[in-house]
Design a protein around this ligand. Sequence first.
Ligand code: GLN
Length: 304
Amino acid sequence: MNYFEAFSEIAAELEEIEDRGQVAAYIPELSHVDPDKFGIHLTTVKNQQYFLGDSNTKFSIQSISKVLALTLARGLEENYLWDRVGVEPSGSPFNSLVQLEYEQGIPRNPLINAGALVVCDVLIGSLKNPQQEFIEFVRILAGDPDIGYCPRVAKSERLTGHKNAAMINLIKSYGNINHDIDLVLDFYCDLCSVEMSCKQLAQAFLFLATNGTNPLTGKEVVSVSRSKRINAIMQLCGFYDEAGEFAFKVGLPGKSGVGGGIIAIHPGKYSIAVWSPRLNAKGNSFKGMKFLELFTTRIGSSIF
Ligand code: GLN
């Protein structure tokens, strides 16, 4: 299938629609992005590449990194991750605190901020040098050494992320954070600050379309069963309180970030990354969601 034709047609269609929403500004450093950027990159399991627009420009991947952190944690045998984090959709915003008290410090899932903070705590407990090992892991998945943290974004979030600080204190009060709070928050903010292009993201996530194997190296990243489970979690929890909407309209497992990026996977076929910085009220890319809806509808691609 020549996906490029569908890309161009849909991009032209989207030009007619007003790109609504706001660039994330609650992390001050994110507000400097050009709101009109728009990129798409699709990589098939047979290594065909289709792209359009700003697909090679790096942006802040933000919460998309939560899937990669989970993947790395799941690869480390000795942790008891699922005793500490659930796998249920939250139905609430990514930075919500309310469920945590009802559910005694066990976050609903690893793709909301609370769950990712626990995953960071697990990684700190299992890795010698978490920052270095995490970024190396991402570089290998993407097959590209040119990926790193953005210290400006990490610092900006660290200084203004009062909700995340409240959240981790609450989780720790229930005994579900083992390490020093500052250490975990530093690591969390670094993870969110990773910068990647649509091209790098599509490649890095392709293992979820190939049953857990890195198609570049032929090595297993996670087992077949874990790869299915990560896709299941993305399907149910990847878009916070808009996960149902994404399943309904797009029909693929995926994950968004407040930098305006979205990654989506069609197991057995392809991974696709889209980037457009203006966010809807739920914190997901307005145009990115729209594009993926039109794309999967046009080409008849859905896991359902
Ligand atoms: N770094 C952001 C935060 O913790 C990530 C949120 C997101 O991308 N949804 O608020």
